[in-house]
Design a protein around this ligand. Structure first.
Ligand SMILES: [Zn+2]
Length: 121
């Protein structure tokens, strides 16, 4: 059973680290803390450190930014980091699918939830 909480995941991100979980049931790697594997339902999850650079798996532009984000054409991506996929905001506008990106920091919303953001590598 994994001890990775959302608070621990957020603390790591504030320190420039990305944590994930590997599943003992099916070998999937998860990019955000889960109580059970979304692929096979196993609770045998182990906390692992993820690489902080990777490749844009998919991206999309949201033209109405969330509150607190002062950027038009807010671009979010799913980034492939090793075996995990992590969603975050892209700070560079010219990033496309397949681009190399790295962890550049994080955004914090009004509720204190933090999410990673990535820049072109
Ligand atoms: Zn699994």
């Amino acid at each position: 059973m994994s001890d990775l909480t959302h608070a621990a995941w957020s603390d790591a991100l504030e320190n420039g680290e990305l944590l994930g979980q590997t599943c003992g049931g099916c070998d999937a790697t998860l990019g955000t803390p889960k109580a059970a594997c979304p692929h096979c339902g196993s609770r045998d999850l182990e906390t692992v450190e993820l690489p902080t650079s990777g490749t844009v798996y998919t991206e999309t532009t949201i033209n109405v930014p969330p509150i607190g984000v002062d950027q038009r054409g807010y671009q979010v991506a799913v980034v492939q980091l090793g075996d995990a996929r992590v969603m975050g905001r892209l700070v560079d506008q010219d990033v496309e699918i397949g681009s190399r990106v790295r962890l550049a920091g994080y955004d914090e919303d009004d509720d204190g939830y933090i999410t990673p953001h990535f820049e072109a590598e």
